[in-house]
Design a protein around this ligand. Structure first.
Ligand SMILES: Cc1cc2nc3c(=O)[nH]c(=O)nc-3n(C[C@H](O)[C@H](O)[C@H](O)COP(=O)(O)OP(=O)(O)OC[C@H]3O[C@@H](n4cnc5c(N)ncnc54)[C@H](O)[C@@H]3O)c2cc1C
Length: 387
């Protein structure tokens, strides 16, 4: 049996960021347990590394602005380079309704201080992403400070910095249950190795978070959703500085990473097998067809099937993170449900949850929009389905 003031279930980017932020605040006996053999085997290692502040709710814009500030001083803070490269995010609208949705989001972004985000017309789009066929494109939105980060570097940077500050990270250890006291609080975390007596427990189990919450009889509305990535062979058809380019209508998007063009087109996942993260060869053919149609230069690119991959998003019902103490189990804290934006928001969410655990409330940002109880209250965040 071991003792910890905080036991963190899951050593992905969320668990790592939280552990680091607790340790920086002086909490030294933090234990992170993860059933994977090592770092990066959950969703974090599957992320493509997009970073954006162009969202359509105030809380998501604010999380990104806080994360961006932290990414800019990440190396100074942790010693690792997070690879923040502001190549921009470029959204393309193919109808007036899509352009209106971008305009609504733009107003929210401006109000939150993302003043460099702009609405643009086809000429400017052609200048920013010249390889895209503009037929049918009526307008778009662009933010030059959006762009890319290196998910593994952010993850490893937080893990290493946390460990230097005394955090213990145990790989290959599965959490299998919780023991609770008469007041409902968790007293012990049962694992495949030793029992951990903990003052507080954090659910940072990504796409698998609902199963961990169920150990405390909590119904956490987080579900896995497969995301596939098709990769071309290494080529010089598009420059690395190409912005993340996204069609609003079907969310087809592409970017260049390490010489490969990465192609994404969301699908609903596999019916009956929600945790299946295999790549569907028919999907690869479909996304390649869309890419060749919309980015004609990619007709000269070949898909490298060995470099394609898939992973799991951790979806919440309103596609916003779930952050804070779980109702009914006061010392279980949730840092879940980022819905595919977890790497970019982890620097902010880890700091904010550390504030909640140590001070009783977050002080850097008002995170009430992320409170776990919002679903039972019938007050989820608005979901536009666009950004
Ligand atoms: C294809 C793809 C592309 C993406 N692109 C981006 C992007 O561009 N930008 C972005 O910000 N985000 C992106 N994401 C989303 C991002 O990867 C996630 O939001 C983020 O990694 C979630 O981090 P996490 O720490 O919660 O989850 P994870 O990294 O999955 O970590 C959770 C950990 O919990 C462990 N665990 C689960 N159950 C237990 C248990 N019972 N006991 C012990 N350990 C347990 C798992 O082993 C795992 O390591 C992408 C995701 C995918 C799949």
């Amino acid at each position: 049996m071991t003792a910890a003031s905080v036991a963190v279930v899951g050593g992905g980017v969320m668990g790592a960021s939280l552990a680091y932020h607790l340790a920086v605040r002086g909490v030294r006996d933090v234990v992170v347990v993860d059933r994977s053999a090592g770092p990066g085997l959950g969703s974090t290692g599957a992320a493509t590394g997009g970073f954006r502040a162009q969202f359509d709710t105030p809380i998501n814009v604010r999380l990104s602005l806080l994360a961006r500030e932290k990414l800019r001083r990440f190396k100074e803070e942790t010693g690792s380079d997070p690879g923040y490269a502001p190549a921009g995010y470029l959204w393309l609208a193919q109808s007036e309704a899509e352009q209106d949705a971008l305009a609504r989001a733009h107003r929210i972004q401006q109000a939150e201080g993302l003043v460099e985000a702009v609405l643009i017309g086809p000429d400017e789009i052609g200048r920013l992403s010249p390889a895209v066929r503009l037929d049918g494109v009526v307008g778009g939105a662009f933010c030059p400070t959006d762009g890319f980060i290196r998910p593994r570097k952010v993850h490893e940077g937080y893990l290493a910095a946390a460990e230097r500050l005394g955090v213990r990270v145990d790989w290959g250890v599965e959490v299998t249950g919780f023991r609770r006291g008469a007041d409902g609080r968790i007293t012990d975390v049962e694992t495949s190795r030793a029992r951990i007596t903990a003052g507080a427990v954090v659910n940072a189990a990504g796409a698998w978070a609902a199963a961990v919450a169920a150990y405390a009889d909590i119904a956490l509305p987080v579900a896995p959703l497969r995301r596939q990535v098709a990769a071309t062979t290494v080529c010089d058809l598009l420059p690395e500085s190409t912005p993340m380019t996204i069609f609003v209508g079907d969310a087809f998007h592409f970017r260049v990473r390490d010489g490969r063009v990465l192609l994404l087109l969301p699908t609903p996942g596999i019916a009956g097998r929600p945790f299946d993260a295999t790549v569907d060869p028919e999907w690869v053919e479909a996304v390649a067809r869309v890419a060749r149609e919309r980015v004609p230069v990619l007709r000269r690119a070949s898909i490298d099937l060995t470099a394609c991959w898939a992973g799991l998003y951790e979806m919440s019902p309103d596609k916003h993170a779930i952050l804070g103490p779980a109702a009914g189990c006061p010392n279980l804290y949730l840092i879940n449900g980022s819905s595919g934006h977890g790497v970019m928001h982890a620097p902010a969410l880890g700091q904010l949850l550390a504030e909640i655990i140590l001070d009783g409330a977050a002080s850097t940002l008002d995170v009430s929009a992320l409170r776990p109880s919002r679903f039972e209250e019938g007050a989820p965040n608005p979901v536009s389905g666009v950004l």
